[in-house]
Write a protein that binds this ligand. Structure first.
Ligand code: ADP
Length: 343
């Protein structure tokens, strides 16, 4: 089993990023290791240039994301953690696959349609060929499984189509005249339903780095006092908590806080409500604040220390990239050869 997963580097990381994305990587890393497989995790910095971006922010965010991943438990000794840029085989394979991918396939990608919107003529070529780079990201490593959320299913399907067509058109023959496929067709794994964390100020919008109010989110850089204060000031309603989940209907803010408590405590919302049903927020909020502080304090300490240690972060990426390149080269060599490119 070999899983490959990427994330775009973003800054100002918050509880939503941790519970919705990073934590899944940590648990997959453990599950894959238990089966003797490999997990490759990369920062999709090459994808980041498909949209307008600020160069200084991109490099800062790339390093910040590494610090966050490691602080949250991605272990660079057990997983292969790297950025695309330092493994030029991603870009090389993308070019080779551009010969196989069809315009019609890419034109059908709903993300392309959404992101380019009405301004197709002004969108970057990179935005259009983005799914081919994604195909290269996983095919390069002969990934057997790729974790995909709902929004990425279509792109994985495309990666499989590209691999299939490339194998059909170019796979070399063995001595019995049988095709020797160049690429493995990766299977999707649907990650356990990711927690969707909402703003502390408005239960109908998601917690986001772009929310103008810092009180709306818990940042990975927040210290214990700040976390406590944000939880105590979180928007709620005057009713006590219900004892059953149904009682949270129409109470988005209460539901969000109970949901956060449940994931942080590793339990269910039902169990949280059976403990706190009938209690007011005056009792629930301090309990939630303490739980968050207890779980986030060690992450916060590692994160704050590591993000200022550029030498350590660059060393992590260098080491991960070396390991990734070693895995990538044999497949890329096969692809060049299959296409008849003389090297
Ligand atoms: P933001 O909304 O803060 O700009 P990003 O879009 O950069 O966050 O998201 C990075 C990753 O974190 C994505 O995988 C996304 O699904 C996850 N994520 C972001 N916000 C939340 C949230 N509020 N709840 C759950 N997951 C989230």
């Amino acid at each position: 089993m070999r899983i490959v997963s990427g994330i775009q580097p973003t800054g100002n990381l918050h509880l939503g990023n941790y519970l919705g994305a990073i934590r899944n990587w940590v648990s997959m890393q453990d599950e894959v290791a238990a089966q003797g497989g490999d997990s490759l995790y990369f920062l999709a910095d090459l994808h980041a240039i498909s949209m307008p971006h600020d160069p200084a922010t991109l490099s800062a965010n790339t390093r910040e994301m590494v610090a966050a991943l490691v602080a949250c438990g991605v272990d660079p000794d057990r997983s292969i953690l790297f950025n695309q840029t330092q493994v030029p085989q991603h870009a090389e394979l993308q070019w080779l696959l551009n010969g196989t991918a069809r315009m019609g396939w890419l034109n059908r990608m709903t993300q392309w349609k959404d992101k380019a919107g009405k301004n197709r003529e002004g969108a970057s070529v990179a935005l259009f060929t983005y799914p081919v780079l994604q195909a290269a990201d996983v095919l390069l490593y002969q990934a057997t499984h790729v974790p995909v959320g709902e929004d990425q299913k279509q792109h994985l399907e495309l990666a499989r189509d590209i691999a299939q067509k490339f194998n059909n058109d170019f796979a070399p023959k063995d001595e019995n005249g049988e095709d020797v496929p160049v690429f493995t067709l990766p299977a999707p794994i649907i990650p356990p339903e990711a927690a969707r964390i909402m703003s502390l100020r408005d239960g109908s919008s998601k917690m986001s780095k772009s929310d103008p109010s810092d009180m709306a989110r818990i940042n990975l850089t927040d210290d214990a006092d700040t976390i406590m204060q944000k939880v105590k000031k979180a928007k709620t309603d005057p009713e006590p908590l219900p004892s059953e989940k149904e009682g949270l209907e129409g109470r988005a803010e209460a539901r969000n806080l109970v949901g956060i408590y449940a994931v942080m405590a590793g339990t269910t919302m039902e169990a949280v409500l059976s403990d706190f049903g009938g209690e007011g927020f005056g009792k629930f909020k301090p309990a939630l604040g303490e739980l968050l502080v207890e779980k986030l304090a060690p992450i916060n300490a590692r994160f704050v220390e590591l993000r200022s240690d550029r030498g350590a972060l660059d060393a992590i990426l260098r080491k991960g990239s070396e390991k990734a390149r070693a895995l990538a080269v044999p497949t890329l060599d096969k692809a060049y050869e299959a296409l008849g490119l003389v090297r």
